[in-house]
Design a protein around this ligand. Sequence first.
Ligand code: PLP
Length: 401
Amino acid sequence: MQVTRALFDEVMVPNYAPSSVIPVKGQGSRVWDQNGKEFIDFAGGIAVNCLGHCHPVLVKALQDQSEKLWHLSNVMTNEPALRLAKKLTDATFAEKVYFANSGAESNEAALKLARRYALEVFGAEKTHIIAFNKGFHGRTFFTVTVGGQAAYSDGFGPKPADIQHCNYNDLAAFEALISDKTCAVMMEPLQGEGGIISPTAEFVQAVRALCDKHNALLIFDEVQTGVGRTGHLYAYQGLGVTPDILTTAKALGGGFPIGAMLTTTAIAAHLKVGTHGSTYGGNPLACAVAEAAFDVVNTPDVLNGVKEREQLFREGLTAINEKYNVFSEVRGEGLLLGAVLNADFAGRSRDFLLASADHGLMSLVAGTDVVRFAPSLIIPKEDIVEGLARFEKAVSQVVNG
Ligand SMILES: *Cc1c(COP(=O)(O)O)cnc(C)c1O
């Protein structure tokens, strides 16, 4: 069968507008399309491929598990799931793990748990959930409503109730919203999709303190920031603020779909038998790959390497900006970086993404004003140099029309 981009329009629901490029093979941080054109991958499948493409350790884990056991459902548990859960709890504040298959599902579990916890411990009035404008938490109806972009949640009829929003880093607005009716606060410890926006230390600390004061659970959505992305295993560990519930997905499986919700024993106790579940959650294939990825990422070598690579990106982007004057700043942490377009190029992030693809570079955007980079955490330094050289050509193309 001839597979072309035109086939997409013929057979796929039109909710995506994929690039004209159809990649067929990847190795490390290089990808090749149907025509053999090579790309350097600064996108990482949207912060998912934390060890690049086809990392030998992940390939082996997948192959080995594929010959043992693929699926059981949660009527029975399995060894890879329990090993991964043990490693996640050993490495974080958490004592209990719930496995899901995506970021949205992990957040859905977190929100349902928070509501159930508040109902059982404090009563039926404690239902309010506070989240932040520009936040992103997934596309199920609950998570998209908690997310801070009405454009994504409007148009589907009545929304889940009692969800409130205020601006990220606006402590006064947050303080005005939180009350004893607040059951949970959901936030990204660095807003990803919303534009690569870090919280101030003062803000996260105050959010934690106000959650404590009002007996509200603090949920950190680390779907994008988790598993080494910021140079910490989880971003909360660099912020010095510990959540009550943490969600992780994207990089967790290094490219194999998996998500997880992490919490304490006391809170977890409220998801009793039968209250929530998933057919695939904790699937042995997914957990075996995630365990292998976790073992590689959770080492000083890889985590420190993220910081070194961040430095290379920052220096390279600064040098490009000195020549072309297109960015107002480069922000973010670790290998979750955003080059913010200045007023002259505002609204044109997609032009930079398309020009990059022309020159053999896969990049991302975060809104219309930010070019985002989320490459493999172990991207070879020469690929960073080569990718930035290609990005410079793309910038030149956009600037010179
Ligand atoms: C990507 C993302 C999600 C959604 O994850 P899916 O796997 O697409 O459901 C949720 N939260 C954050 C912070 C994300 O970046």
